[in-house]
Design a protein. Structure first.
Length: 288
């Protein structure tokens, strides 16, 4: 709806309504115009009614007419002016009511507009505060994201370091397992060698014991033979006492040697299997 309609157009529309024999009102004048706001048309219509009285008063100055005709015309004209003033006053009263109602409506609209404006301002303030809070939250989230990204990078570096250490540990473990396998193989070889050495020592010891026993048996047989020939040897006793003493000493030495070999054999059986092989050139048989 257009505003600011010229007053001449409003006055012309009001004259047109009045010429049709209708009372000019705001709605009728607006319908006649096809535009104009109620407040604008109402204000200009008040001015039209005021000027209408002046226009009607000016029409009483008539040209020279016969006395009776002039008086009758003036009477009729005055009656018309009186009626028009009543109509104008009634219309003006109606217009004042319409204008008052329109003013109340405009006031209500303005009050609602002020309330809406205050509400909108509050909403705008809340929106600004919300935007600031969101921006602050966004900044916090960006900082937190940066910190999380830094932590992720640190964890990735730590993971790479741990993976490297794990690979090194695996390689070291493989090396240790290889060395352990080699040590086990070497220990097994040394154990086999030690067992062979111990068996050899035991065999030599057994042979020495058997030989000592055989020598002991031979010496016993000699003693028996000497006993049987005591009477025969009585004559040779003095010459053979020294030989007999030496023979007895030799037999005692052989018996002591056999006892020593048995003790050494017992000790060798108690030696752990992983004990180092003695140096070559030394054996139990070489004692004495």
């Amino acid at each position: 709806m257009a505003v600011g309609v010229p007053e001449t157009e409003v006055f012309a529309a009001a004259d047109a309504v009045l010429a049709r024999g209708e009372r000019p009102t705001v709605e009728r004048v607006r319908l006649e115009l096809g535009r104009g706001s109620p407040a604008r048309v109402g204000g200009l219509l008040d001015q039209w009614w005021a000027r209408l009285a002046e226009r009607l008063s000016g029409e009483t100055r008539l040209p020279a007419l016969p006395g009776e005709v002039s008086q009758a015309f003036v009477a009729v004209w005055q009656q018309a002016i009186h009626l028009a003033q009543g109509v104008a006053e009634q219309a003006l009263s109606d217009q004042r009511q319409v204008l008052a109602a329109e003013r109340e409506r405009v006031a209500a609209v303005e009050d609602q507009a002020r309330q809406d404006a205050a509400q909108f301002r509050q909403q705008a303030t809340d929106a600004v505060a919300g935007r600031q809070a969101v921006e602050l939250r966004l900044a916090d989230l960006e900082l937190l994201l940066t910190q999380r990204q830094t932590q992720i990078e640190d964890l990735q570096q730590q993971r790479e370091g741990l993976l490297h250490e794990r690979r090194e540990a695996q390689q070291h473990n493989h090396t240790l397992q290889h060395d352990l396998q080699a040590l086990r193989l070497k220990a097994e070889q040394e154990r086999v060698t030690q067992e062979g050495y111990v068996r050899g020592v035991e065999d030599r010891a057994h042979r020495e014991v058997d030989r000592a026993r055989e020598e002991g048996k031979a010496m016993a047989a000699q003693f028996k033979e000497v006993g049987r020939h005591v009477e025969q040897l009585q004559r040779r006793l003095e010459s053979t006492q020294n030989e007999l003493s030496q023979t007895q000493q030799h037999a005692a030495a052989q018996q002591a040697r056999a006892d020593t070999l048995e003790q050494q054999l017992t000790q060798l059986r108690q030696v752990p299997a992983v004990k180092r092989k003695p140096k070559s050139g030394k054996s139990v048989a070489s004692t004495g």
